[in-house]
Write a protein that binds this ligand. Structure first.
Ligand SMILES: Cc1cc2nc3c(=O)[nH]c(=O)nc-3n(C[C@H](O)[C@H](O)[C@H](O)COP(=O)(O)O)c2cc1C
Length: 480
């Protein structure tokens, strides 16, 4: 029987609803990534399972596009197996805060058996390049085994486990890999604290699993909640884990491939550049902590879960937009702000850079409150650049409507606030090489001025009820 969070069970389900395609014979060196990139641009992209990858035995596979459709995302989040876009967003409303609240009821459960133990390889014999690790984009500095990965760390003081998704480049001909967690991310904070207290940090990484771990590891689950427990709350049962003999850290028992090891402050390797979610390569090759791998585990014929970023739409941009939008809306409601109608973290801004929020705007100053709060929410603060607040009659997910509101309800001289010195990133193409990773952000109030709400010019579309009756009467004009 397959373990809980087995990628193979997930693949069987997705195949049953016709959203999996098998690709044989692609080269790990750029070609596989290029095929994946072309597929993201299709109207309803399927997931791709690559096998017979050049230079590797059959069975050593790579999956891409796992969360790129409403049906796959809805299935992965256990919200339903036949959801469309609208249905998914509706089903997700309110869920992130419910999952966060329920996580404590689903602590990860220790087990001693798992197919992951089919192959156990100790330090000196570890070779990550025994797997067909892709070089995803032409300009990448190396082969990235960590894209859809789940990096497990533990707070050295309170013991809380974190699971995060951070890019990892293979180093030292396969004996090591760098981990690139941005300062401020929970995993990066754990590692930093271990360095300060003990000089080294224990880490476990899973490279193939039910994509629920890509979603929970790759989006802003609140601090002090383990992503393993949060995933348990989503699936409605505890996540089974093996305990790493060397690090004592939990390893998802449903994993296809996992490693255990230690990061040390002075053990670094140059990594990058890498084609990132901003749509640009991430600057120069720079030092990053490299894992001293003490053990590798893998199933027979392991499957890597790939999730390469790039110019949107990319592998996980749909998932990020849908998840971040729900998390931001939830956080605003949870902060006690009245009249929130919706939030949307647009895909073309990588789900981070451009966020629109729609609000009823019930009192003078509310639009600014919502805008500034959104720009600094833990779910949104990293690498945001624009927040646009719109009235409740504007759909924040419709870029055309948002631009219309900005163009007609906003006086730039007083309705755009600029906040300097905010949480940016080395990935920012606007950052000058070597400068500290701040950015600035603009909070745009594109709501009707509160004091003019009553007499602001009326919107010149027909009355909805009247339009509906006309549509009915003139149906033949609109027949497809
Ligand atoms: C496929 C993928 C790759 C990612 N790569 C990185 C990365 O290299 N570095 C990073 O700091 N965050 C990266 N992220 C974003 C983090 O996973 C995300 O911010 C997450 O909330 C971090 O978890 P944490 O706050 O618990 O550390 C990536 C996300 C995804 C989905």
């Amino acid at each position: 029987m397959e373990p809980v969070l087995s990628l193979r069970s997930w693949l069987a389900k997705v195949e049953s609803f016709g959203e999996l395609r098998h690709v044989k014979g692609a080269d790990w060196d750029v070609e596989l990534g290029a095929i994946a990139e072309l597929s993201y641009r299709q109207p309803n992209p399927v997931a791709l399972l690559f096998d017979d990858i050049t230079g590797y035995d059959s069975g050593k596979r790579v999956l891409t596009g796992s969360t790129g459709s409403p049906r796959r995302l809805g299935h992965t989040l256990r919200l339903g197996d036949d959801l469309d876009d609208v249905g998914l967003v509706a089903a997700l409303r309110g869920k992130p805060s419910q999952w966060a609240a329920a996580a404590a009821d689903y602590p990860a459960e220790t087990v001693t058996d798992s197919p992951l133990l089919e192959n156990v390889i100790d330090g000196p014999d570890v070779n990550l390049l025994s797997l067909p690790v892709p070089r995803w984009h032409t300009g990448d500095g190396g082969r990235y085994i960590g894209t859809g990965c789940f990096v497990v760390t533990r707070d050295p003081e309170d013991g809380i486990v974190n699971g995060g998704c951070y890019r990892m480049e293979v180093q030292d001909e396969g004996r090591s890999a760098t981990i690139n967690a941005v300062p401020g991310k929970h995993g990066a904070q754990h590692i930093q604290r271990w360095f300060e207290l003990h000089g080294k940090a224990p880490v476990v990484v899973s490279f193939g699993h039910d994509p629920i771990l890509l979603i929970t590891g790759g989006t802003e689950v609140p601090a002090r909640i383990s992503e393993l427990d949060y995933a348990g709350a989503i699936i409605g049962e505890p996540v089974p884990v093996l305990i790493g003999e060397h690090t004592g850290l939990p390893i998802p028992a449903g994993s296809e491939v996992a490693i255990e090891g230690w990061l040390r402050r002075d053990h670094v390797r140059n990594e990058g550049p890498f084609g990132e979610w901003t749509g640009y390569y991430s600057g120069k090759r720079r030092p990053a902590p490299a894992l001293e791998i003490v053990r590798m585990y893998h199933r027979d014929d392991p499957i890597q879960l790939g999730a390469p970023p790039g110019k949107p739409p990319h592998d996980y941009s749909y998932m990020r937009t849908v998840m971040k939008s729900a998390m931001i809306e939830d956080a605003l409601v949870g902060a006690g702000v009245a009249g929130i109608r919706g939030a949307w973290a647009h895909e073309s801004g990588g789900g981070r850079l451009f966020i629109a929020v729609s609000v009823e705007n019930r009192y003078a100053g509310q639009a600014k409150q919502v805008g500034h709060l959104t720009a600094q929410l833990p779910a949104a603060a990293y690498m945001n650049r624009f927040v646009v607040v719109v009235d409740a009659d504007v759909d924040p997910a419709d870029l055309g409507e948002v631009v219309w509101a900005m163009s007609t309800r906003c006086d730039p001289v007083k309705d755009i606030d600029i906040i300097p010195g905010t949480w940016g990133s080395k990935l920012d193409p606007m950052l000058v090489e070597g400068a500290p990773p701040y950015n600035s952000r603009a909070v745009v109030d594109a709501t009707r001025p509160f004091e003019r709400k009553a007499d602001f010019p009326a919107v010149s579309t027909g009355d909805p009820e009247y339009l509906q009756s006309v549509l009915h009467r003139w149906a033949e004009v609109f027949a497809p």
